[in-house]
Structures are given as C-alpha cells and as structure tokens.
Write a protein that binds this ligand. Structure first.
Ligand SMILES: *[C@@H]1O[C@H](CO)[C@@H](O)[C@H](O)[C@H]1NC(C)=O
Ligand SMILES: *[C@@H]1O[C@H](CO)[C@@H](O)[C@H](O)[C@H]1NC(C)=O
Ligand SMILES: *[C@@H]1O[C@H](CO)[C@@H](O)[C@H](O)[C@H]1NC(C)=O
Length: 322
C-alpha cells in the first residue's frame, strides 16, 4: 500500500518541476482574403505565442489570399491535412485556432484528415459553422441577402462550387434542396445529408478536449453572427435565428456537438468587437488558457475557462479589421 502514495508523489513532483514539458503547439488557420504574412494575422499569431509561451504556426494554404477565395474548401482542407501530417512538431497532438473561414478548414482537418496527428483543443473565432447567408465581406444586412438571392441560381452551380471557396458554406435557408444537393463542403462537414452521415466524422469531432466558440457581438460579416455558435435559421425561412441547441444538427447530434456540450467541453463565448476583432484581454481570457499545458491539466483548465467566461470582459479594442 505504501507504493501508491509515494509514486503519485513523484509524479506530482515531476509535474511541478517541468510544467511546460506538457505543452503542445497550436496552428492558426486564417480566413478569406487573408494570408499568414498579412499584418493582422502575423500579429495575432505572435501575440498568442507570446501570451501562452507555446509554439505556434500559421499554416498557409497555397499562395494565401488568392487561394483562400478561389480554391474549393475540400481542396484547402487537403492542403492543410498534408501539411499537418508533415509537421513533426505536431505529432503528439496540437491545438487549432481558426479565424473565420479557416474554422471550416480546421474542422475539415479534424473530421476528414486520414492519419493526421490528434487535435486537442479547437478555438474558433467567428467561424461560419452552420453556414452563412451572405458572401463574406459583402457587408451587412438585408441588401447582401437580397444580392445573394439574385445569384443563388449560380452559387450552387458546379462552376461556383469549383471556383469560389465561400460557395462551399453559403447556406440560403430558402434554397435548401439546392444547397443539400449541390453544395460540396458544408453538408459533408456537418453530416447534413441523411444518406451520407458518416459516424467517423462524428467520432473524430467528439473527441476534441475543448471546443471554444467565440462569437463577436458586432460581427456583420457572418449572417447571422450566431453561426459562430452553430446557431442558424430554420430550413425555409430567415427567422427566427435558432440557438444551437434547437437546430437539428444539435438535437440529432449529427457531428457530436451535443455529445461534446453535455460533457462540458463546449464553451460558448460572447465577445465584444467586430468580426474576429479580439482584444488582448479576451485573447488572454478565452484563447490562451486552452493553448497552455492542456494534456495534463484538462480538468482544472476547463474550470478556469468557465469561471473566466462568466466574468464577461467588455473591451472594444479591435485587433484586426477585415
Ligand atoms: C498564385 O496567385 C496568382 C495570382 O496572384 C495566380 O495567378 C497563381 O496561379 C497562383 N499560384 C499558385 C501556385 O497557386
Ligand atoms: C480541387 O480538387 C479537385 C479534386 O481533387 C481537382 O480536380 C481540382 O482541380 C482542384 N481544384 C483546385 C483549384 O485546386
Ligand atoms: C466515413 O469516413 C471514413 C473516413 O474518411 C471513411 O474511411 C469511410 O469509408 C466513410 N464511410 C462511409 C460509409 O462513407
């Protein structure tokens, strides 16, 4: 009986002396019209590295902003999948920080990347997880929705699907049959097609340690901004906006969001600011804790995370203007 306390003592002792040896690196995946060497993305990557003290890498897709617009998201996912498999630094696991469209690529890597290293924490800033009803960067409000409706005959065409990245997650609630039939990315990623649901995607997504979904209160790029939390319009109408827990994706648990949430692993964060406009304070409260030392302190860190969430920091300092 004496062996147990003494060996756990040694374990604790070693852990205290070498706390940082458990840290795993993160990768950052940028959004549309962006690239790793753009000042906003570069600065954000550098700040996350410096605030967390862990290694971090911005992973580029092709030649950056050009490809972020024109390469279909399945192709972009393939590029990142190949890259993460080749990065020796990630072989024991890593965390993903996604910016906007980059979140869908990141989720694609989690769900589709055969033989990739394990993803532990997924921190999403302004991710169009349930789709968006407006082409990103078009601007805000009803005008864009109307404009999108005008092109809706085109957005689900083979041409658009092969040449315009956002066509992979533009989800017009009043064109659901065309969306489900022709959209080549989000219906797969979200296991939306009844005859094509793949339990492997669900299994992989549900194995995340933490899923941190940050929605920005003044986000006018994502329509609706609640898509950052997997909230969306009901099929067939532009209102009301359903909270994530009332969507079929959640209630029928197509990808494991419900499973994760019931296990206390989803953090729904509301931050002030515009699209991916995270302040240093919010970065430290909501992102950095999940980048630090997750492998051995998962439990205590997630408690800290939720306590911090309730404190509700209010800052308006915009970090990146897109
Ligand atoms: C890079 O972008 C340019 C346009 O700026 C494009 O013409 C070219 O094909 C792209 N190259 C690659 C390798 O994707
Ligand atoms: C995307 O992938 C498909 C299928 O692998 C390929 O035919 C197509 O050329 C790729 N497109 C781009 C822009 O890379
Ligand atoms: C589900 O996805 C996995 C991994 O990509 C694949 O191996 C499997 O064949 C897929 N299953 C079905 C039924 O499509």
């Amino acid at each position: 009986m004496m062996a147990l306390p003494s060996s756990s003592f040694i374990f604790i002792f070693i852990f205290i002396i070498f706390p940082t040896s458990h840290s795993i690196p993160f990768i950052l995946i940028h959004g549309i019209a962006d690239q790793c060497d753009h000042p906003g993305v570069k600065k954000l990557t550098e700040k996350l590295i410096s605030f967390s003290g862990v290694e971090g890498y911005c992973v580029e897709v092709g030649n950056g902003s050009w490809d972020s617009w024109l390469m279909p998201l399945l192709n972009q996912t393939k590029v990142v999948c190949e890259k993460v498999k080749q990065m020796k630094e990630l072989k024991d696991g890593y965390n993903i920080v996604g910016l906007s469209q980059g979140n869908l690529i990141g989720r694609g890597v989690v769900e589709f990347c055969e033989g990739g290293p394990p993803v532990k924490n997924f921190i999403s800033l302004s991710g169009p997880h349930a789709g968006t009803a407006s082409v990103p960067l078009c601007g805000s409000g009803i005008l864009c929705i109307i404009a999108d409706n005008i092109i809706k005959g085109g957005i689900y065409s083979d041409y658009a699907q092969e040449h315009l990245a956002p066509s992979g997650y533009l989800k017009l609630p009043n064109a659901m049959p065309a969306y489900l039939d022709k959209c080549r990315f989000l219906p797969l990623l979200n296991n939306e097609l009844p005859d094509k649901r793949n339990s492997t995607y669900k299994e992989r997504f549900s194995s995340l340690q933490n899923l941190v979904l940050i929605m920005f209160e003044e986000d006018t790029v994502l329509i609706p901004k609640e898509t950052s939390w997997f909230g969306y319009y009901p099929d067939g109408a532009f209102d009301p906006i359903l909270p994530p827990q009332q969507t079929k994706l959640y209630t029928e648990d197509w990808i494991g969001l419900k499973t994760l949430n019931e296990a206390g692993r989803v953090k729904f964060i509301r931050a002030s600011g515009g699209h991916i406009g995270i302040s240093d304070t919010d970065m430290k409260n909501y992102v950095v804790p999940y980048l630090k030392d997750q492998t051995s302190t998962e439990h205590s860190t997630s408690k800290t995370g939720s306590r911090r969430m309730m404190r509700g920091v209010k800052r308006r300092e915009l970090f990146i203007a897109t």
